[in-house]
Design a binder for this molecule. Structure first.
Ligand code: ARG
Length: 283
């Protein structure tokens, strides 16, 4: 969950800090611009008790991909919902209930490895110009330095580091924002976080001076338009970082391409269960 992510960031800051907090840490999507859901029709707001906790990306007519750490403190499935088709997390579009939250079994809250969750919606989505799935990246076509990467979300207006409590209340941006970032090569990212955490093959890093995702953007999509052209693809899920837009520390994203088989297996299993249920209903 966002609050755990924030707390974790604070703990790391306290333990490892040589870095002074930058003004950018008080950003939402840092250094970005307001946008509309038409531009980002795959973006959703994942909500707990009707409050935005994380972003997410529509990848199919029943499926949303988000971060496992959004569910670190797991409430009953009925307590969660997903707002689709709206550029405002609090109104518009449709607020949908969940059938199931599948967090990756290998998710490690300490290392943030395998930070991925698949949400299965109760209802089938009707795609419109405000609501569209985004195709997933594959390992055979990894993002390159000239892939145009864009990350979107409602983020936080300010990290409430003073209180130590991660109240999300008024902190999130009411309107969706986005920012362009660039891929950071794994070796460079590994060096940047050497003293902090290992960068695994299930992570990719992205940064640009003064620009970043931030607390509350977690679970949201990092989408890229391949330099050679072709459709936009989902490359990453906002996962973690030390501060926000800190020049020393890139944003770290779950490497979606590394989870193709896992996602396909979950989606497939759900399909079979659905068929079996429908079939036994006929009997
Ligand atoms: N863990 C954060 C959250 O729960 C996301 C942090 C992203 N940080 C970054 N510097 N890109 O919202």
């Amino acid at each position: 969950m966002f609050s755990v992510g924030l707390l974790w960031s604070l703990v790391v800051l306290v333990v490892f800090t040589t870095a002074t907090p930058t003004p950018a840490e008080e950003g939402r999507i840092v250094g970005g611009e307001v946008t509309t859901i038409r531009e980002f029709p795959y973006q959703v707001s994942v909500q707990l008790h009707g409050e935005h906790i994380c972003g997410g990306a529509v990848i199919g007519d029943h499926f949303v991909l988000t971060a496992a750490h959004c569910f670190e403190v797991l409430f009953p499935t009925e307590d969660y919902s997903v707002r689709v088709g709206s550029g405002e997390h609090a109104t518009g579009g449709h607020l949908l209930s969940l059938r199931q939250v599948i967090t990756h079994g290998g998710y490690n809250p300490q290392s943030h490895d395998n930070d991925l969750a698949l949400l299965i919606l109760n209802a089938r989505l009707n795609f419109t110009e405000h609501l569209q799935p985004v195709p997933r990246a594959t390992l055979v076509e990894p993002p390159t330095m000239d892939t145009r990467l864009v990350v979107s979300g409602w983020g936080l207006q300010a990290e409430e580091s003073g209180t130590g409590s991660a109240e999300i209340g008024g902190g999130v941006s009411p309107t969706l924002r986005f920012v362009d970032v660039d891929l950071v090569e794994s070796d460079q990212c590994r060096r940047a976080y050497r003293q902090v955490l290992p960068i695994t093959q299930r992570m990719i890093c992205a940064a640009r001076p003064g620009r970043d995702s931030c607390q509350g953007d977690s679970g949201g999509p990092l989408v890229g338009i391949p330099a050679q052209g072709g459709p936009a693809r989902l490359y990453g899920i906002v996962s973690w970082g030390l501060g926000c837009a800190n020049p020393k520390y890139p944003g770290v994203y779950t490497n979606v391409a590394a989870f193709r088989n896992w996602i396909d297996a979950q989606v497939g299993a759900w399909g079979w269960n659905g068929l079996l249920a429908a079939w036994s209903g006929v009997q």
